[in-house]
Design a protein. Structure first.
Lengths: 243, 243
DNA sequence: GAGTGGTCTAGACCACGAG
DNA sequence: TCGTGGTCTAGACCACTCA
């Protein structure tokens, strides 16, 4: 843990971090412009921008092109609850979130066939979810369901993810694959996050008792505000159960 | 998905990406120096470096200070198996990995007390794991166990994570919290990854039947080669009605 | 010591956002 | 239109690696 000399940009980032946490710059407030800050710290704009890039990566500062750099509001924590309980999955989000859904009918492309284990070009229903808090995007979800399992209504209610379990055979197994990566450019703009802010990517595949894939979900959660939690209760039947 | 004009650095990154995937630059090979590439693409070194930064973030290129930029070998995939089966957790790693462990005795600091639910300054055993493939670091793990549950031997065998379950009361519940973030500077240097490559951070807490925390593990896995998989089998006899 | 990447400068011009 | 951030230049000097 050796930090013998601090590079300029780290020193500046540290100073801004402290000023933010000390309240000299308040949440939602605009920082001085990059050129002003560059003058203040007596560095070039390029150096100052690389310092701000560090704070962006930490999710402390949000850049808006043409407007300025803003201190982010304290983040409302999102917790994704794993383990295949669809009702609980989203209720863990802190309450006043808006959710929008857009439903389209598609034919299975190659990555769908491997994910859902369906023939190529078979009929799928795709639902694109976005959750918002105060008009700010919070998370993204692509959900794919075989067409015969999804209601035929062209516009599904927003509660599709919750209502679906009632319409199909009971789920038997849920597999969730979690990875960390940087967002694609599309995801970064949709979620309004920095391209250097890591996202949590969850690929969830749900199987019914016959082993058929009844739903595949691709979720993208910004890493600065989202965790995924998986709780496993282990069968203790091998040992003598307690009274 | 609008990409009307490609910025220079994106165009250069795309070109290098294609050259790498086409085999013009082979795995493990050194790229031309940054100044040579800058001349070749007729851009300044700063612009060229920002192009390389994109490839680093994708894990395609590894920079080594003083040596050059290297095409990464195709990555051996690491899969972290969740769900609290400690034996399976690490056997899922592809075979020929070396694992080193360093054991120390510490007193619980504030973040340990909340994690392990133990009194401040209580005795803990800390194990620092690193896994290697060909001398290259692969993953990091900090494991904390209450001292009275860990064998008193000052130097534990490497198999501590596997052997521990046999020595203590059977596990009852495992909670795993997964998040995505950029690595700390320390993690980046230890894992020899770019500071802009996202890591998967897993905090695993294991409880025994009495609810006592018998182990807390903090795992750090590079996002370009590691996934975490959680498989849940749902009890089909129980159709939980929704509130 | 030669060559590499790491940091930084002092500008320039372009693209976006709001009034 | 004007101020903002986005991109880029053509250098400079420092730190690291390796022969």
């Amino acid at each position: 843990m050796i930090r013998p000399v601090l590079s300029r940009r780290h020193a500046i980032a540290d100073d801004l971090r402290h000023q933010i946490s000390a309240g000299h710059f308040k949440a939602g407030e605009r920082l001085p412009s990059e050129s002003q800050l560059a003058v203040h710290y007596a560095v070039s704009t390029a150096t100052l921008r690389s310092a701000l890039a560090l704070l962006q990566g930490e999710g402390l500062v949000e850049k808006i092109h043409g407007s300025g750099n803003f201190v982010r509001r304290p983040l409302r924590k999102i917790t994704y609850i794993g383990g295949g309980c669809p009702a609980a999955t989203w209720t863990a989000f802190s309450a006043p979130l808006r959710m929008t859904a857009r439903t389209t009918s598609i034919e299975a492309a190659s990555h769908h066939t491997t994910l859902l284990n369906v023939p190529p070009r078979s009929a799928l229903t795709e639902v694109l979810f976005t959750t918002h808090e105060d008009k700010k995007p919070h998370s993204l979800a692509h959900i794919y369901v075989p067409r015969d399992l999804a209601p035929a209504t062209p516009r599904l209610p927003e509660r599709i993810a919750v209502s679906l379990p009632d319409l199909r055979p009971p789920l038997c197994e849920v597999q969730e694959r979690v990875s960390a990566r940087l967002p694609t450019q599309e995801e970064a703009t949709t979620l309004r996050i920095s391209p250097s802010l890591a996202v949590l990517s969850v690929t969830r595949v749900s199987l019914d008792a016959s082993g058929r894939v009844v739903e595949a979900a691709l979720l993208v959660l910004p890493g600065d505000r989202a965790d995924a939690v998986f709780t496993t209760r282990l069968a203790t039947e091998e040992r003598t159960p307690k009274p």
